[in-house]
Design a protein around this ligand. Structure first.
Ligand SMILES: Cc1ncc(C[n+]2csc(CCOP(=O)(O)OP(=O)(O)O)c2C)c(N)n1
Ligand SMILES: [Mg+2]
Length: 290
């Protein structure tokens, strides 16, 4: 079911990224279906930015990966429930064989429902799942790299619902205070969270204004599924001087599968086998040739 197709991590064209993202979306749907639990909605909305990151933006080499991230770019998944997209991306980038994706959430697996480090899965720098903590960890890594005179970047993916957590804003103050321009955070601004629209749960208002007021370099990507725009946003972020960057990606929950799209109902629900097949048919149709 999880065939071994390793995709080289130096691919650069939008067409190649699009095909890889589709492969990762298919992995997500299969993994969550087989586990009978997990988080497909946000995984599908953040697939494109994760693909852009690991297959183009980030300087990383699975063969040389170490957990301390010394001498390499680092990625922290702040929104830990997005483990399915994280695992699928790591696997397709060459960190472990895709066959292991089929073990998601099974007893004794290295692919726990939320990322952890005790199981020794390559590519995971930091456990996560309790929302709001990853940005603080990423800021710590970024400060450490500055102190060591390293030029590498630290990236972190956050959710918009996650951005309701108080610790996020404490980390925002810290990162701006320390002028962490090697820190690039990005938010999957899909408008949905666990039990409804973010604006109905605890509205964030204009996130761009908020991050800007906290002293960050803010880049808004109006279509967070457009690879050219995503790559351009990372270029702008990398050029920031004296300020950490926040890329706000307007995305669609469940993107790529019509019956999962745009609703919080697929935040944390597994498709049946029938729904999986319907989803895969849509993805394969879009993709063509894997
Ligand atoms: C500290 C903490 N509070 C609550 C939760 C439960 N929880 C898991 S995901 C989630 C919603 C997150 O929303 P968002 O970041 O927008 O993710 P999306 O639904 O878009 O995938 C909540 C409340 C948690 N994991 N950690
Ligand atoms: Mg969300």
């Amino acid at each position: 079911m999880f065939e071994t197709i390793l995709i080289p991590n130096n691919m650069s064209t939008v067409q190649e990224l699009t095909r890889t993202a589709s492969q990762i979306r298919r992995d997500i749907v299969r993994m969550v279906c087989e586990a009978k639990s997990g988080h497909p909605g946000g995984s599908l909305s953040s697939t494109d930015v994760m693909t852009a990151l690991y297959f183009h933006v980030m300087k990383q080499d699975p063969a040389k990966w170490t957990r301390d991230g010394k001498g390499a770019d680092v990625f922290i998944l702040s929104a830990g429930h997005l483990a399915p997209v994280y695992y699928a991306t790591l696997s397709r980038a060459g960190y472990f064989p895709p066959a292991e994706l089929g073990t998601l959430r099974k007893f004794g697996t290295r692919l726990q429902g939320h990322p952890c480090v005790e199981t020794g899965l390559p590519g995971i720098f930091q456990p996560s799942g309790s929302l709001g903590q990853g940005l603080s960890v990423a800021a710590g890594f970024a400060l450490g790299k500055k102190m060591d005179g390293e030029k590498n970047y630290v990236f972190t993916l956050m959710g918009d619902g996650e951005s309701e957590e108080g610790q996020i804003w404490e980390a925002a103050i810290f990162a701006a205070h320390h002028k962490l321009d090697n820190l690039i955070a990005f938010t999957d601004w899909n408008g949905q969270q666990i039990d409804g629209a973010v604006e109905n749960v605890a509205g964030l208002g204009d996130l761009a204004d908020k991050w800007s007021a906290f002293g960050w370099n803010v880049i808004v990507v109006e279509d967070g599924h457009d690879f050219e725009k995503i790559l351009a946003a990372f270029d702008i972020a990398k050029a920031s001087e004296g300020k950490p960057s926040m890329i706000l990606l307007k995305t669609e929950m469940g993107h790529g599968v019509d019956f999962m799209a745009g609703t919080h109902k697929w935040h944390g629900k597994a498709p049946s086998e029938e729904q999986r097949d319907a989803a895969l048919a849509q993805l394969e149709e879009t993709l063509g040739d894997y």
